[in-house]
Design a protein. Structure first.
Length: 273
């Protein structure tokens, strides 16, 4: 059984766990489902400079049958997982989950991951980029930081609101430059994922050339929603997190987005106002 990797790549982290749950609810896709679904053996192999992935693995938080033999002992001996080891790990997880003939395993990766480089090294890699209106990303990240009393996300690298906007702009420009319409890359809009989940799911399953029937998609969606608690971390619901910039973003910050994002919003299919 040779499983192909699928990476969920997002410029913001909102919606990534829900998308991972949707993927993992398909009988042809395997994922380690311990919340927040950030099991990273392939990520650590695909992005060697991602020290966070290796640190997460070395913390030994993950549990599945024969985890010491398949993951922790080899990790201690060779530091990084191997492709063969990753296949064995996901085959064991698939067996535990009762998935007899899966075709893919799915993991998350960081927003600044070198996706083009990974796709050159792993020709079978499929990448789903979860895109969100940058204004909502700004508002959501700010609300998270204020709620937790921390400086996370772009604010770790920025001193001013304009610095944050410019940092986010750089990532969107890089996405548009590197996307290049590869058949193994696709974009899902966060807004569509939340408001048109069934349609998005059928499209994704069809893109992966696995069962995209209404019944399978409906089952995956029902299961994923049951596993979610229905609350967005900084808004009343996931639905309420769509377009929140319209009521929550101060005018000076909105003006910064107008100035620095310009046609990028239009190129991405988002309204300018």
């Amino acid at each position: 059984m040779e499983l192909k990797p699928v990476l969920v790549h997002a410029l913001g982290r909102s919606g990534t766990t829900f998308l991972m749950r949707l993927l993992a609810s398909h009988p042809s896709i395997v994922a380690h489902e311990r919340y927040p679904l950030e099991f990273p053996p392939f990520r650590s192999l695909a992005f060697p400079s991602d020290t966070e992935a290796l640190r997460i693995l070395e913390a030994k938080r993950w549990r599945f049958d024969s985890d010491e033999e398949l993951l922790y002992r080899p990790l201690a001996e060779q530091r990084y997982p191997t492709e063969t080891g990753i296949q064995r790990i996901y085959a064991k997880i698939a067996e535990e989950q009762g998935k007899s003939s899966p075709r893919y395993f799915a993991e998350k990766c960081l927003p600044d991951a070198d996706i083009p480089g990974a796709m050159k090294r792993f020709p079978d890699l499929h990448v789903i980029t979860l895109l969100r209106d940058p204004r909502d990303i700004f508002v959501s990240a700010r609300a998270f930081n204020e709620k937790r009393g921390v400086k996370a996300f772009a604010e770790k690298f920025a001193e001013t609101d304009e610095d944050v906007v410019l940092y986010n702009r750089q990532r969107y420009v890089a996405l548009l430059r590197n996307y290049a319409g590869s058949p193994n890359r696709t974009i899902v809009k966060y807004e569509d994922l939340i408001t048109e989940s069934g349609e998005v799911l059928r499209r994704l399953f069809g893109w992966l050339d696995i069962d995209a029937s209404a019944e399978t998609s409906r089952h995956a969606l029902t299961r994923a929603r049951q596993l979610e608690d229905g609350r967005h971390i900084t808004s009343q619901s996931m639905a309420a997190s769509v377009g929140r910039w319209r009521t929550e973003m101060p005018e000076p910050v909105l003006e910064l987005h107008r100035r620095h994002f310009g046609d990028i919003l239009t190129d991405l299919g988002y309204p300018s106002a």
